[in-house]
Design a protein around this ligand. Structure first.
Ligand code: SF4
Length: 375
């Protein structure tokens, strides 16, 4: 395997892994067979134990996390798929929802990505192929709690769509969520891999959301990802197909000239799409655990993430100082509201004080969001 890292200008539109590692027994699953049929020329090796495989990689590379992105392990997930969003932590208000981890690690290489730290001991890119087990588990939970509304995301430990052309999870997820009466699927992405979505006939109960940043920040900090125009074109196509769409301005990164950069981002967004049809925009500022900082500086020496001062919050994560966060939220919220006063805007992973300072209310007092938070 090569030691090349992803350059800041290279966009991974036709990603193929350098090798597929196939866990013994995984080939019995339909999804594994599909992946192998879509990648007939990629070398494959079988393995029994992920830990041994990871140790072998660690011995052969100085950047195991980066190398982990170049391989694809197909494995069977053996625990419960559905989990409450881990963003709930002391002093934080979270966009309260559920996550299923179908895959981990990601083909892109954003400098701020928390996975670099979180997956430090287990950096292999893995796609779990036992989707039948996931759907069985979800069916059981949704039926057991018919009065709850479940909002389920797949993009916590990976990008929800980046691999969808070669690991087509949406082929199983979309028809399943189409049938639910109390659950919505959120696909969170920076990708433009929407072909399976456009080929599917029913957009019911599916929200696709894109993380956005000004192109300058994409160039600096989001290596390998599709550019702003590609993301917005993908969003427009999904909207036209009938999908509900949302956007995350997250992480907001304060660089010199950030006000103008985010003003232009809002202008481009609103000129590309009918903004009144967007479900919501969430805002979140750059945050990190102390252990991540060293990794970022070593893996991304050109980063501009640390040009401003950061202080620890109650949850132990470092954030921009509160007045600066407030100013960023108020400024960007103002740009968005000037284009659509009715647009729902919420803050992700922020304190109660910031929520009240910026929006004048807590999330529970917002009627439109109550349908998401009423769990
Ligand atoms: S797209 Fe998301 S998961 Fe992938 S590298 Fe960037 S931050 Fe990490």
């Amino acid at each position: 395997m090569s030691n090349n890292t992803i350059s800041s200008t290279e966009t991974l539109t036709n990603y193929q892994p350098e090798v597929i590692f196939l866990e013994e027994g995984a080939e019995a699953y339909l999804l594994a067979q599909k992946v192998l049929s879509l990648l007939p020329n990629v070398p494959r090796q079988s393995f029994q134990d992920m830990t041994t495989l990871t140790e072998q990689m660690r011995a052969s590379s100085y950047d195991v996390f980066g190398q982990g992105k170049k391989i694809l392990a197909l494995s069977r997930f053996k625990g419960d798929f559905l989990k409450k969003c881990p963003g709930i932590s002391p002093g934080m208000v979270c966009c309260n929802y559920y996550v299923v981890n179908l895959a981990k690690n990601c083909i892109y290489d954003c400098s701020y990505c928390f996975l670099q730290d979180f997956l430090g001991n287990n950096p292999m890119q893995v796609a779990y192929v036992n989707v039948e087990d996931l759907l069985g588990e979800l069916e059981q939970v949704f039926t057991q709690y018919p009065d709850r509304n479940f909002r389920v995301g797949t993009g916590e430990l990976t990008d929800s769509l980046a691999l969808d052309s070669i690991v087509p999870y949406t082929a199983s997820l979309l028809p399943f969520f189409n049938r639910q009466s109390n659950a919505v699927l959120e696909l969170k992405t920076k990708s433009d891999q929407i072909e399976n979505l456009l080929n599917h006939s029913d957009p019911t109960n599916v929200i696709v959301s894109w993380s956005l940043n000004p192109q300058t920040i994409i160039d600096l900090e989001e290596k390998g990802t599709p550019g702003l125009t590609q993301r917005l074109e993908a969003a427009r196509a999904c909207l036209e197909k009938g999908y509900r769409i949302g956007f995350h301005f997250d992480p907001i990164i304060i660089i010199p000239g950030w006000e103008e950069a985010y003003r232009q981002l809002v202008e481009v967004l609103c000129d590309t799409l009918p903004i009144e049809k967007v479900e919501w925009v969430s805002l979140g500022s750059f945050r990190y655990r102390p252990s991540l900082k060293t990794i970022i500086k070593s893996r991304h020496p050109d980063t501009r993430l640390f040009t401003s001062e950061h202080l620890p919050s109650k949850d132990g994560k470092f954030r921009y100082l509160r007045p600066l966060r407030n100013q960023a939220y108020e400024t960007i919220r103002g740009y968005l509201k000037s284009r659509s006063d009715a647009l729902s805007i919420y803050l992700c992973m922020e304190t109660q004080e910031i929520w009240e300072g910026v929006t004048g209310k807590t999330p529970r007092s917002d009627e439109k969001l109550d349908q998401f938070f009423d769990l």
